[in-house]
Ligand binder design. Sequence first.
Ligand code: ZN
Length: 197
Amino acid sequence: MGGPEVERLIGLLAKLPGMGPRSARRAALRMLAQPEARMLPLAAALAEAARAVKPCSLCGNLDSLDPCAICTDRHRDQGLICVVETVGDLWALERAQVHRGLYHVLGGTLSALGGVGPEDLNVAPLLARIEHGGVAEVILALGATVDGATTAHWLTDRLRPSGVGITRLAQGVPMGGALDVLDDGTLATALRARRPA
Ligand SMILES: [Zn+2]
């Protein structure tokens, strides 16, 4: 149906999170009905984002600026770093407007099953930031999963010798829960009621 161009478009759309073949077909049809209004602007936005957006060399956030807009915001508490697993978690905390410090994106968690070791995570730049000085507290805002807990313990051991304060999110993050699916109120409570790690 529709030729190889349409098949390819649907195949690519279906690989996106939250999309399956059915929703990919619907999206493709909607765009094809109005190529000038919907398809070309989307294609331009995709190309522009692919060209301009890169991980921040300090924190790992995605932005067209490097360092990112958060890292260069002088109104933020430069002595407070919130460590998260993914950029999605960072964006969730920003949406909740509960954290007025900086961030550090690990890029995942340690995972014995998934074969993810310390060298696969964005840890060395975090240690360098702390070594550089001026950091009073690191908040470990990792998901309430076995791997999240393992990673928090491991990081706590790594950070302890630096003398920096280390806290973790309190109650409110359900077991097995990822941060970016929580509602803003729950996230805010978990961050405010953080406790020493
Ligand atoms: Zn940054």
